[in-house]
Design a protein around this ligand. Structure first.
Ligand code: AMP
Length: 192
């Protein structure tokens, strides 16, 4: 299974997030999953890759050329794919992913997560999307998303676009148990 992980570049966020990223990398590696991520060495990205590599996992990094030029890439990742820009990176991260996991992060992580959710709403991506809500990180966002249903910006069915867990060990079960999503989702993509 190829798991695309979106996560923070921040070094300065709480250590519990770095620890979760490392554990997630390890968990994916132990389960025989390939971890696909943004290729960075810093923050949760670096911790994720370190965790996966230390456990003998396969890691793919997808990084824009300008980031390589400023040496932001993780030196230990053998399969580092250098792309032209952020858009190409986002496309490449999601293409062929059997699941998406979002660890805590900033604007970059949220942008990537929302693109995946939006593509799934339009049935252009059909696989599980799991928020790893370390210490409730994603709770405010989930409340906001729920308000979108209440205000009829998205349909009630769209609650099934993502799921959320708080512990790393619950990520793989959440991927396994995610509601099936089919191309028919396009029938209720629009709110009427
Ligand atoms: P954020 O969640 O805002 O930290 O954003 C993560 C995204 O920011 C990733 O997609 C990275 O492309 C980008 N990014 C920002 N700073 C760095 C860095 N020092 N190294 C690698 N990627 C970075």
């Amino acid at each position: 299974m190829r798991v695309c992980v979106y996560c923070a570049s921040s070094q300065a966020c709480a250590p519990v997030h770095h620890q979760a990223a490392r554990e997630l990398g390890r968990t994916l590696a132990m389960a025989g999953c390939t971890t696909v991520y943004g290729g960075g060495a810093s923050g949760l990205m670096g911790a994720l890759a370190d965790g996966a590599l230390a456990a003998g996992g396969k890691v793919v990094g997808v990084i824009p050329r300008f980031m390589v030029e400023v040496e932001w890439q993780h030196p230990g990742v053998g399969d580092m794919q250098v792309v032209e820009d952020m858009r190409e990176r986002k496309l490449r991260l999601l293409a062929g992913a059997d699941a998406v996991v979002a660890l805590p992060g900033g604007t970059g992580t949220l942008e990537e997560l929302f693109e995946a959710i939006t593509l799934k709403r339009l049935a252009l991506y059909l696989n599980p999307i799991v928020l790893l809500s370390v210490e409730g990180f994603y709770a405010p966002l989930e409340r906001f998303l729920e308000s979108l249903v209440e205000q009829r910006f998205i349909n009630p069915e769209h609650r099934g676009l993502w799921s959320s867990v708080e512990r790393v060990e619950d990520v793989l079960p959440a991927i396994r148990d995610a509601p099936r999503w089919s191309p028919d989702a396009r029938d209720y993509a629009a709110v009427r």
